[in-house]
Ligand binder design. Structure first.
Ligand code: PMP
Length: 408
């Protein structure tokens, strides 16, 4: 483990973690849903509204220039963070959901026709299912699904069979939010590109845990949400290769995304503005830049090593309790523990956990097809972040024991 990684120091940066709920120390294990924010991000938002708020790209006055510079600087930070080739390949959106819907609209409008096929996996979040389903309905196209094994690993042989001359795009979750599986997206991208099929990667659960390099991955689109990587809500990223973003039509029309507007014809602005219609959530974008700076200052390598140590500890401890079934046992997995205690309903267990100060997610995790695959109604999901500790895992285990004693 990286010796410089100091979880007690990191926790000091997250004031929300110091509180008590129902008189018990908060144990926040719902990071897959959203992460807490470090002081630098909170202060950034506060300070911006206090002294520098102004509409970006529009005014020539001092405040507007300051805000514009900070916004474009944030784009530069995102570009560096994911190692995009150009900063104009980084589009600010409202989040992962906004980014995927945007591509489903723009790509779908131009390239999907009757009988075409779109390939996704059986472990997608609803955000990477529904927009493609809506597109398929509009265009009379077909959705094809890569299945996964009992361990939660994609069956790549099946993927090979699904790639046909009708396949027009492949959209894959990088890390499963319900199982923790890290999918072999490099293989999927390589195989798809052999057939000239572009690939969108849903990085909502990967970018905060893994070192993502979009050039190395060679993905065509990569999307993620600010709020899951210690940044604010309402902001997300759509990375697209320049050739695609140049090629596709904007998915929103309005101010800022235009070059010239007449009633006869509108021409569009250059990248990245072509895809950023209207007043964006620019302060959230600036604060996302701050969040990524924070993550980089801790070090992605140290975070990954610490989180994997934590996951190993948690998995062993929870298994040792007995009568627990873990869903998602892939060889390559991170940070997410989905499980069921005996025949106890996850919702009932979650309520007992809550009273002990332990925040977990219970239910289907916006991945109902995953639950259908296992023929279950839902799981308890503990999702870990860099600020969680082994002591917190111990408290989670106490909560499991309590749920067992009360409900079994
Ligand atoms: N994809 C995955 C894998 C997710 O985990 C989530 C959020 N749970 C989303 C997409 C949707 O993200 P958002 O709600 O921030 O748009």
């Amino acid at each position: 483990m990286n010796v410089k990684f100091d979880v007690s120091r990191i926790r000091k940066d997250f004031p929300v973690l110091t509180q008590k709920v129902y008189g018990k120390p908060l144990v926040y294990l719902d990071n897959g849903a959203t992460t807490q924010k470090p002081l630098s991000v909170i202060n950034c938002i506060n300070n911006f509204y206090l002294s520098r708020n102004s509409s970006i790209h529009r005014g020539l006055h001092y405040l507007s220039e300051q805000a514009t510079e900070a916004y474009e600087n944030a784009r530069e930070i995102v570009k560096e963070f994911i190692n995009a080739r150009y900063s104009h390949e980084v589009i600010f959106t409202s989040g992962t959901t906004g980014s995927i819907n945007g591509i489903a609209l723009s790509f779908g409008e131009k390239y999907i026709h009757e009988g075409d096929e779109i390939v996704i996996t059986a472990m997608e979040h609803h955000s990477n299912i529904v927009p493609w389903q809506m597109l398929c309905e509009r265009k009379n196209a077909n959705l094809k699904i890569i299945p996964f094994s009992d361990d939660g690993e994609l069956l790549l042989d099946e993927f090979d069979k699904l790639l046909t001359p009708q396949t027009k795009i492949v959209a894959v979750i990088h890390v499963s939010n319900s199982l923790g599986t890290v999918n072999p997206v490099e293989d999927i991208i390589r195989k798809s590109h052999q057939r000239n099929v572009p690939v969108l990667i849903d990085g909502a659960q990967s970018v905060q845990h893994l070192d993502v390099d979009v050039q190395k991955l060679d993905c065509d689109f990569f999307v993620f949400s600010g709020h899951k990587i210690y940044g604010p809500t309402g902001i997300g990223i759509l990375y697209g290769k320049e050739k695609w973003l140049e090629d596709l039509q904007p998915f929103h029309g309005g101010g800022e995304m235009v070059a010239e507007v007449t009633f006869e014809k509108t021409t569009y602005n250059e990248l990245p503005f072509k895809f950023e219609a209207g007043t964006t959530n620019y302060i959230a974008a600036i604060a996302l830049g701050e969040a990524l700076k924070y993550v980089s200052s801790i070090g992605k390598e140290g975070i990954a090593a610490y989180e994997s140590e934590l996951l190993e500890y948690a998995t062993k401890k929870i298994k040792d309790l007995g009568d627990i079934k873990i869903y998602g046992t892939a060889k390559n997995k991170i940070s997410i523990l989905s499980f069921i205690i005996g025949n106890i309903n996850p919702y009932d267990a979650g309520m007992i956990f809550d009273k002990m100060g332990v925040a977990v997610r219970t239910g289907t995790h916006c991945a109902q097809p995953v639950m259908h695959r296992y023929n279950i109604d839902g799981t308890i999901r503990a999702s870990l972040a860099m600020y969680n500790t082994k002591q917190e895992i111990d408290i989670l285990c106490e909560a499991i024991e309590k749920a067992k004693s009360m409900l079994a």
